[in-house]
Write a protein that binds this ligand. Sequence first.
Ligand code: SAM
Length: 254
Amino acid sequence: MMENMLMTRIVDTVSREPNDASQRNWAADDRSVARSGVEIDRLVKFWDRIAERYSKRPVADEASYQKKLAKTREYFAPTMEVLEIGCGTGSTAIAHAPHVAHIRATDISPKMIEIARAKAEAAAVSNVDFEVSSIEDLQVPDGTQDAVLALSILHLLEDEKAVIAKVHRMLKPGGVFVTSTACLRDAWKYVAVMALLGPLGRRLGLMPAVVKVFTLDALVAALTNAGFDIAYQWRPAPDKAAFIVAKKPIGASA
Ligand SMILES: C[S@@+](CC[C@H](N)C(=O)[O-])C[C@H]1O[C@@H](n2cnc3c(N)ncnc32)[C@H](O)[C@@H]1O
């Protein structure tokens, strides 16, 4: 009961490899965001544990979700290479698949990816490759992506600014970064929930290890400081996720 309440409030607020992390090389390159194997292991276990339920839960606000899908497609072209980080069980990648050439959809949770692959197979979608990887560990050559999607994930990262900078590097000039992010500091009820239940929820493993509480203004500033132009911004209500399309300027170096 408590677990459901916390997950609904914090995880869903927003929208909706070898698995032994200690054996893995999380160092990636010198620009990645380092985290210890133990922390990664906890993170993977949390998302693996909720993956099945997450995949079965209906989208919290279907009209807003559909609007975000439609708005994203305004920036797509059939030749595009798209990367999704934190793709969860793959619904959004599968929905966008007919509109682009290829999607590389990644997530830290092997269980989420297992469910995503099964969904893609059932939907006969063949231009999405699902891959287990943390964003911190992900290797993407600079200046190669037409679009990067990060939906309901930026507030769950230890260093979202480093990830935003990493995404900027991997995009081609003119490429777009599409995000939907819970900006919890703009909604007092979530600030209260986090202050009251956050430490306990984390200790009991009922909440992700990291839930950032920042404002929409801070998120926009992080994007523009990284070199992005804000092409589109929409939030259905102050307590709903903020949808942003940020563009890497044409003149930017790759
Ligand atoms: C709230 S869910 C969002 C899933 C999907 N994008 C959606 O909108 O339904 C967050 C997802 O991010 C993944 N995740 C969390 N931390 C991550 C990290 N550091 N790197 C990659 N994926 C991560 C989780 O496994 C989970 O699937």
